[in-house]
Design a protein around this ligand. Structure first.
Ligand code: GLC
Length: 430
């Protein structure tokens, strides 16, 4: 275990970069050479186990790229790299630093709350007090942006405007909602991802055409997020982002209370989510899933995001039992939880990105939520499977739930970070 912990630290150190906004970590030097939003949040959890200051810097650098309206981009292009597509000139957001125009799952508040807790436990609260105050204000602005811009119908959910926003790029949840996207004017382009990685592991050409058509749409709106929310051809209430934001709001409220702030607005967002998130429950399939805002259609897919209700702090005996039954069924079918798509689904592909592979970061959220809500056995299984996958195969981007084969890039920052958070951060549990 110690060797692997050393290796995980070495990966984070190796992917550490200095940019004009401060230090940040690239998810993987070759495939993803910039700063990614939710990757950085998870990376901070890893750094927090051995370099507390560096952990805070990671989140601070990300938030130094926050837009004035509170929006935090999914990519910050701190340095040039011709090996990546679509780069800053394709996004053309006209911001400095250069960024993309979409966001990603808002795990940051949950992470900052953890960083604060470990600082306090180490008796270093004073040293981090002004930093937590500043991040709190930035996080509050980010969450306000979600409440005001990304929940246009006030349903208590998060509406994604691009599959990349969900962090689960090619999940089958986006297939039907993606159909109306007009790809006829996308034009020619050269993908870079398939130059670094086997195309079998990556999204298809049709999916990529849709991704680019949506980037072009956002650009045509001058990245005015209100205009995008009103007319985007893709508007899907994502179960993953909705659960993650609900959880993040609970953590932000706790931080605000600790800082002596008025947390009334956050409490209202939580109440709205608790009242409305049932809209994402699919009674026919007994699962949580995403729902197309434009057609009202539920995806009906059991994905790894279906298991984030525990992490969100939701308690509903009937829905919990149905969700746990899916977990048990899937756990009996594959050696490694939690596949990103139900292996019983005909579209399941064990190494194609978000259509089958296991992702350590999602497992961390699922496992954390299960443990917190008293489901110790499935929580332990999810954690054990994650650590086994890494120990046997390496720090890959994702893994086949069937045989553990690594999928995507290796030496991946967030996989190393989850190892550290689960092993180095909590040695007693290994
Ligand atoms: C892929 C993943 C996304 C991640 C990014 C960088 O696009 O789908 O979740 O943030 O890579 O690792």
């Amino acid at each position: 275990m110690t060797d692997l912990t050393d290796a995980a630290r070495a990966i984070l150190r190796g992917n550490d970069r200095q940019g004009p906004g401060g230090r940040y970590t690239v998810p993987n030097g070759r495939v993803y050479p910039f700063q990614w939003n939710w990757d950085s949040a998870f990376v901070a959890l890893g750094f927090d186990t051995f370099d507390r200051v560096r952990a805070w810097q990671e989140v601070e650098t990300l938030f130094s790229a926050q837009w004035q309206d509170g929006f935090v981009p999914h990519i910050v292009f701190w340095a040039d790299d011709a090996g990546y597509f679509p780069g800053p000139s394709v996004w053309d957001t006209g911001r400095e630093p250069r960024t993309s125009g979409i966001t990603q799952p808002p795990v940051a508040a949950t992470v900052v709350r953890r960083l604060w807790d470990t600082a306090l436990a180490a008796g270093e609260g004073d040293a981090f007090w002004s930093r937590v105050e500043r991040l709190y204000d930035q996080l509050l602005a980010y969450h306000r942006w979600f409440a005001e811009v990304r929940d246009p119908e006030g349903r208590g959910v998060v509406v994604a405007m691009h599959p990349w926003e969900t962090g689960r790029d090619n999940s089958p949840e986006w297939d039907a909602p993606g159909e109306p996207i007009d790809v006829s004017k996308v034009g020619d382009y050269v993908r870079r991802d398939t130059g670094h990685l086997d195309a079998k592991m990556r999204p298809t050409k049709l999916e990529y055409d849709r991704y680019l058509a949506l980037v072009q749409y956002g650009r045509a709106q001058g990245w005015d997020h209100h205009a995008i929310a009103a007319g985007n051809p893709f508007r899907v209430a994502d179960v993953g982002m909705s659960m993650i934001l609900l959880r993040a709001n609970r953590d932000l409220r706790d931080l605000g209370a600790m800082l002596g702030r008025d947390t009334g607005a956050i409490a209202a967002w939580i109440a709205r989510a608790e009242a409305g998130i049932g809209w994402l429950w699919d009674e026919a399939h007994g699962c949580w899933c995403s729902r197309d805002l434009l057609t009202g259609r539920r995806s009906g897919f059991v994905t790894s995001a279906s298991f984030l209700s525990f992490y969100a702090g939701l308690r509903d005996p009937a829905k919990d039992a149905a969700t746990l039954a899916h977990l048990a069924r899937i756990g009996a079918r594959v050696p490694y939880l939690m596949p990103s798509l139900d292996p019983a689904d005909p579209g399941f592909q064990m190494i194609r990105y978000w259509r089958g592979p296991v992702w350590a970061v999602v497992n961390w959220m699922i496992g954390t939520g299960l443990a917190e809500t008293g489901h110790a056995e499935p929580a332990a299984r999810v954690k054990r499977d994650t650590l086994d996958l890494i120990a046997r195969n390496g720090f890959y981007e994702a893994f086949s739930p069937v045989d553990g084969t690594g999928s995507g890039g290796d030496d991946f920052s967030w996989t190393a970070a989850i190892w550290l958070a689960w092993v180095a951060g909590d040695r007693s549990a290994v």
